[in-house]
Ligand binder design. Structure first.
Ligand SMILES: NC(=O)c1ccc[n+]([C@@H]2O[C@H](COP(=O)([O-])OP(=O)(O)OC[C@H]3O[C@@H](n4cnc5c(N)ncnc54)[C@H](O)[C@@H]3O)[C@@H](O)[C@H]2O)c1
Length: 336
């Protein structure tokens, strides 16, 4: 039977989820304060409360600006509706913990949308590293650089929530995909140092430039760089191990492994497109609705997954990075 999904926040990513869920046979209703946005769906509401009063839903996607995530997800869980919550969980750790308490109380499932976990090339890279393709990994560099004005070219930057610190914009929160991936690859570091800054002339109140150095107990060093300034856009991860180097990139869509001193690389190309990972998330969410008991700590029905606990780990790192940047020192994760 067709599932009825409520999309809360019918902007860029909300519409993408709606399209994918429609293709998978779902009926869609939407909530958005902007009539021009929600008008795309036949059943649409100005507020979440109005949507809940008017209908029943098998699941809901929360795709609003980050500042609204926790209140809306709590309302949905309290109403017994499973949630696909867009990343990050919230603006700060305390709010994320508040949501976790509601989920523990209600036991209603929640899937978190750190969507790069569903990107098949990265899953393959993780498997290759686990299988020892470059020996013991010692140094990793994540690099994400993308000029904010290119993200939503059809709307003024000042109207986009990403420009507002109060709404939860900025490189640290919104590009926390790469902090989540650091955790997904290696678990939590023991020490972390960060600088969270606004360096460009962009007309925004949020940060636009983040540098992170994470130290692991096994001696590994992981650096993560995030900026909302760079052109051309770049997303790469370079892993240096005792037996060689592996470089993953989003564009070109490939990873390459080199194990000799010269520039000889074994390249593995892919043909996936960006929407593939969102389709993967949609399928996992629908599976979760069919069998919430399968929502284990790491995987749902054998597929990639991302739980509230995963998102809390990222929020904890974000909190540590803010503290580090403010106090100008390295922070032990045990302090947070
Ligand atoms: N997983 C991913 O790769 C990915 C990609 C893009 C965005 N996101 C996340 O999705 C969220 C939304 O990002 P976006 O780019 O779609 O933003 P957007 O500005 O395009 O869309 C947000 C929509 O929410 C609506 N909205 C504002 N307040 C609301 C409220 N109280 N109730 C209901 N709707 C409300 C806005 O009118 C807008 O239409 C953010 O948390 C972002 O980090 C995730």
């Amino acid at each position: 039977m067709s599932k009825h999904i409520l999309i809360v926040g019918y902007g860029s990513v909300g519409q993408r989820h709606a399209g994918n869920l429609t293709e998978l046979g779902c009926e869609i209703s939407s909530v958005d304060p902007r009539p021009d946005r929600r008008a795309d769906t036949s059943t649409n509401f100005e507020t979440l409360e109005a949507a809940l009063a008017a209908g029943s839903y098998d699941g809901a996607v929360v795709a609003t600006p980050t500042a609204f995530h926790v209140a809306q997800a709590k309302t949905l869980l309290a109403a017994g509706i499973p949630v696909l919550l867009e990343k990050p969980i919230s603006i700060d750790l305390a709010a994320a913990q508040d949501l976790a308490a509601t989920q523990a109380q209600t036991q209603v499932p929640l899937l978190l949308g750190y969507t790069w976990r569903w990107w098949p090339p990265l899953a393959e890279v993780r498997a290759r590293l686990d299988a020892g393709a470059i020996g013991r990994v010692i140094r990793v560099d994540f690099w994400m650089s993308a000029h904010l004005a290119d993200w939503h070219p059809d709307e003024p930057l000042t109207d986009f929530f990403m420009s507002s610190a109060t709404l939860g914009g900025g490189a640290l929160l919104d590009e926390s995909h790469w902090i989540d991936l650091m955790h997904w690859f290696f678990g939590p570091p023991s020490q972390i140092y960060g600088r969270v800054e606004k360096l460009s002339d962009l007309p925004i109140s949020s940060d636009d430039h983040v540098d992170i150095l994470a130290r692991y107990d096994d001696g590994k060093r992981v650096c993560v760089h995030l900026d909302l300034i760079g052109r051309p856009h770049e997303k790469t991860i370079r892993f240096v191990g005792t037996g060689g180097t592996l470089v993953w990139s989003a564009d070109p869509n490939e990873y390459r492994i080199g194990t000799s001193a010269d520039q000889t690389w074994q390249v593995t190309p892919f043909t996936h497109t960006r929407n593939d990972m969102f389709q993967g998330v949609a399928r996992t969410f629908l599976d979760m609705l069919d069998g919430p008991q399968r929502c284990g700590p790491q995987r749902v029905g054998g597929q990639p997954s991302c739980t509230l606990a995963d998102g809390l780990a990222t929020m904890r790192l974000i909190e540590a990075l803010r503290k580090s940047s403010k106090e100008g020192r390295e922070i032990a994760l045990a302090e947070i």
